[in-house]
Ligand binder design. Sequence first.
Ligand SMILES: *Cc1c(COP(=O)(O)O)cnc(C)c1O
Length: 390
Amino acid sequence: MKLNSRLNELARDDIFLKVTNKVAEYKKNNPDKKVISLGIGDVSKPIIQPVISAMHRAVDDLSDMKTFKGYGSYYGYDFLKDAILKNDYKGFSFSKDEIYISNGTKTDTTSILELFDIDSKICLTDPMYPIYKDGATCLNRRIVEIKLKEENDFVPEIPKEKYDIVYMCSPSNPIGIAYNRLELQKWIDYALANEAIILFDNVYSSFIQSSDVPTSIYELPNAKKVAIEFRSFSKNASFTGVRCSYYIIPNEISKNINRIWKERTINRFNGADYIAQRGAEAVYLPESQKLIQTNIEDYLDNASFLRRELLNLGFKVWGGIDSPFMWVKTTENMDSWNFFNLMLNDLNIVVIPGCIFEGNNSKYFRVSALGFRKDIEECVERLKAYYEKK
Ligand SMILES: *Cc1c(COP(=O)(O)O)cnc(C)c1O
């Protein structure tokens, strides 16, 4: 017996674990200190009431054989597909055949590789959300990373080489920036010219504020020929624990694409949770949309507050406008671990060292505005006290 040796290459787990362990150790040795995390990648708002009620009703459906739901919804229930197409893809004329309901973009963005030839050359950026790379690594795929440069504000240059698959995350985690129409169109044109597919992770679409940033890649000409878009209820509707996501595979990519993907999916997936899908359907109720909008505005208020204060303190900051995340340069050319240690030990603030998203000598860190306002304010006070004294 031989194990999948590629699994040994997944170093990221160690780094996250190292962050968690260091924080736990600090707390154990300093029980009187209040440690606050600016690194939170999870949400801090509970699920809104109309969605909770819908899920309660869905639980009751399961208690009666007349309304019980078992196997069979491999690609999602029509009620949710209709709600998504009517709301998120209004005017795009996608059919239910082109949409798939699933249980998380984290798995979807990796599983989709099963659609493509094993020798496909995959283009990633460095830094990037590490899941794509790790997923592709486990599946033994060919990866090339484009280094993002500070002088280009972390916007990747269009490659000269040919790739078959391009991962894009916009609004991005960890940088927190989003592609505008002009930049995105260049990638679509690249994909057309190179017969490449863009895997477009758009889980933060609800956070988009800038008028030149499209909320869907399909707003752009020819995108339906080259792009698969992924979205999730995790970040806008606090489904990080409930699990429900969806993605679009346009028929325009190729004649057979949805037929073969359905063959694959019927064999590899038994469908998303009925209760979660009923909850997701309720996200589109007018009363839900209002509540969700308020939640997002709160997160974005936090982001703009944190961004402004970090800039005032002299930090170099990217993102935080169309996204809850910001990518920040460490001070005094410190590497990201040293900066992490300084923040933890001297200020009792947790930030995410950039080396989780790029190589070991990262000089950046990620902060998030997904936490509580009062915690973020307290972090800002600590940072001010520390840096204004210096
Ligand atoms: C949080 C996050 C996801 C995870 O989505 P799930 O639907 O909860 O699996 C995917 N992509 C990015 C970039 C994320 O930050």
